[in-house]
Design a protein around this ligand. Structure first.
Ligand SMILES: Cc1ncc(COP(=O)(O)O)c(C=O)c1O
Length: 394
């Protein structure tokens, strides 16, 4: 894959010598009207794009009404770039533009497991700057093709842990900007409102029989979505709990359980988009009420079952959250509690036909979804999800 060519950083204008009689006074004016005009136009383009976009749907998942528990899924796969990362990419671009970090003709570079890079490639093209995605070689081809479709370039590395340093190095070498979603996701997002994902969910639930959800279940890649949800429910003084469902080989679960942000797992996640080998700086553990470890086979079984329930395919990270949502619904049923639970459809399954929807890939990975599909079928009949099995306890 191509890497961008090194360019020189622009020379800073010299500091003028103080005029006679003013020795000791310093005044440096770096204002640059041409750059500010470019910046205003770039921000206006991002705003106009948001203005053309519609909100995502909150789908109701058909469960027996007499269970007394309603499940909703916020369908983030309907954003123009197909995932919940569209929101994040917009926020990261606005944050970096307003911080003066993105400059005309300078590349934006990002470390990503793919979905963020697809959305960022879209915004980079919108404002007219080059974009380079640094990703692990195992990333599904469909995401590489989507990044290229939106005008971005892909720089693939062998070890998923290399993405951060490689992206930072490419930015240094090219005079570009390393967006660094894993650090900035939580702070770039407007968590108090501005129609963020949480505010949108609460507004869309307003006419339901249980308008304040008992639980919202998220998953974590950067941790940004869960941080926004958790901060918002606290800010809104809602009673809602926020649960993060985490796949195998992820550091978030043990890091949160043990209060240890230095956890490293040494093995990459098989559930694309979520589960990291380190606890990312954007993950805000103190705001999270509950975490659940979900076996990868259960995540994949859950999206297969979702296809039957909703008639649509989703990526496996959606299944990770869905399994946790089913577990919570089962507990509510057992304790006779009525209420609602909200999960997320993070991205579409069409990106993963060669992976989570391929029996060949499952066999290659030694993933057996059969027992989990059976447990889900029993759950859909009885409202009780048996287990948890020992591997689900972390
Ligand atoms: C498909 C998918 N689902 C869920 C997430 C989690 O989102 P966040 O980065 O906000 O934690 C990601 C993040 O990359 C993702 O790509």
């Amino acid at each position: 894959m191509e890497t961008p060519k090194p360019v020189q950083r622009p020379p800073q204008p010299p500091v003028p010598a103080p005029a006679a009689g003013y020795a000791g006074e310093l005044d440096i004016d770096r204002s640059d009207p041409a750059y500010r005009r470019w910046l205003s136009e770039a921000v206006a383009k991002v705003h106009a794009d948001a203005n053309r976009s519609a909100d995502t749907h909150l789908l109701s998942v058909p469960l027996p009404a007499d269970w007394g528990v309603d499940l909703y899924l916020k369908d983030e796969s309907t954003h123009p770039t197909g995932s919940l990362k569209h929101r994040l990419a917009r926020s990261l671009f606005l944050y970096a533009l307003c911080n003066g970090w993105i400059r005309p003709d300078r590349p934006v570079i990002e470390a990503s497991s793919g979905s963020t890079a697809v959305s960022e490639a879209y915004f980079a093209r919108l404002i007219g700057v080059p974009f380079v995605a640094v990703m692990a070689r195992g990333t599904v081809r469909a995401k590489v093709e989507l990044i290229q479709f939106h005008g971005g370039r892909c720089h693939l590395v062998e070890d998923p842990c290399e993405v951060y340093e490689t992206a930072a190095r490419l930015a240094r070498e090219t005079g570009g900007h390393y967006m660094d979603q894993f650090t900035y996701a939580e702070r770039a997002t407007d968590w108090r409102g501005n129609n963020n994902i949480a505010e949108s969910i609460f507004r869309q639930l307003a006419a339901e029989r249980h308008p304040v959800p008992d639980w919202i279940v998220a998953t974590a890649g950067t941790g940004g979505t869960s941080a926004t949800l958790a901060r918002y429910v606290r800010f809104a003084q809602a009673t809602t709990g926020v649960c993060v469902a985490d796949p195998e080989n992820s550091a978030f679960f043990p890091g949160w359980r043990d209060g240890d942000p230095s956890v490293r797992t040494g093995t990459g996640s098989r559930i694309e988009g979520i589960g990291r080998q380190r606890v990312e700086p954007s993950f805000v553990p103190g705001a999270i009420d509950r975490m659940m470890r979900v076996p990868d086979a259960a995540s994949i079984a859950a999206v297969r079952v979702l296809e039957r329930l909703l008639g649509r395919r989703a990526g496996a990270s959606t299944g990770t959250g869905l399994w946790a949502a089913f577990r919570i619904i089962s507990e509510m049923r057992e304790s006779g509690r009525r209420g609602s639970v909200v999960g997320l459809i993070c991205d579409p399954g069409e990106r993963y036909v060669e992976k989570y929807y391929s029996d060949g890939w499952l066999a290659e990975q030694g993933i057996e979804i059969g027992p989990y599909v059976e447990r889900l079928e029993r759950f859909l009949r009885s409202g009780i999800l048996d287990g948890p099995e020992p591997e689900e306890r972390g």
